[in-house]
Design a protein around this ligand. Sequence first.
Ligand SMILES: Nc1ncnc2c1ncn2[C@@H]1O[C@H](COP(=O)(O)OP(=O)(O)OP(=O)(O)O)[C@@H](O)[C@H]1O
Length: 284
Amino acid sequence: MTGEKPMVPDRSPAPGIPAEPAALLDVDGLSVRRADGHELLRGVSFTLAPGERLGLIGESGSGKSLTALAVLGLLPAGLSAHGSVLLAGTQIVGARDRRLDRVRGRTVSAVFQEPLTALDPLMRIGRQLAGPIRRRRGLRGAALRAAVSTALDEVRLPERVAGAYPHEISGGQRQRAALAMALACEPDLLIADEPTTALDVTVQAEVLALLNGLVSGRSMALLLIGHDLAVVADVTDRLAVLERGSLVETGRAEDIVREPRHPYTRALVESAEAFEAEFDRLAP
Ligand SMILES: Nc1ncnc2c1ncn2[C@@H]1O[C@H](COP(=O)(O)OP(=O)(O)OP(=O)(O)O)[C@@H](O)[C@H]1O
């Protein structure tokens, strides 16, 4: 380990083009290590401007979820983060729980592949949604109930879902409820880690379209994690490509899809194209 930053071809605007607004998220030289010193993430650096949408892609095991967890300050026990993760100016690496609590659910919130991890099995959906809305907006009584209805409506869930327990609704409805919970905090950044992977293909498209609309309607920044390049590129402005714990390419989504530079990215694009071609061949 030399400590040198890996070469990452970045297609940022050339000098003379107006500078981007200050970063909402600035990840600089982030590494994640096991207790035995083995590095699972190596010197990962990227930024996310307010309202910008960045896709993080890579094969299974490339380190996408660890990146998300490190940004949230939620790495599992036994793993440690090194380097810098500045979220709205707050240093996440090495931060104590009190500082992290202030940032989580206010500056940033997240949805994961399995919505049941975000939902309390013993509490009706409406009450679970009311919690963050009350904390964030200070609403009570009828105003709080109306805000819960609006939150459900925004994720296209019928009002009766408020009275249901998580096990009484479908997987797609649970992911919408988890999304409503994440949005109820009105975060500046939403991290969505494979939010549709556990869903049926038709429901996947619906939930992704919903996520896309909700994020753009609120000028919220999005870090969307996925292994399907075509799907992620469709919803994001820029892509960052992870291979075995290192970023190998970052740039505008359409440039990367049209003209991938790194051999690993090229392989991802080619396999996405092959899948599309096969899908078209089989489609009636
Ligand atoms: N708690 C842990 N302890 C030790 N190693 C871990 C731990 N969590 C993840 N890893 C390892 O870190 C690497 C990156 O894992 P990560 O979950 O970030 O991959 P990923 O790109 O999100 O994969 P997937 O698409 O399958 O979710 C993998 O090799 C994984 O085995």
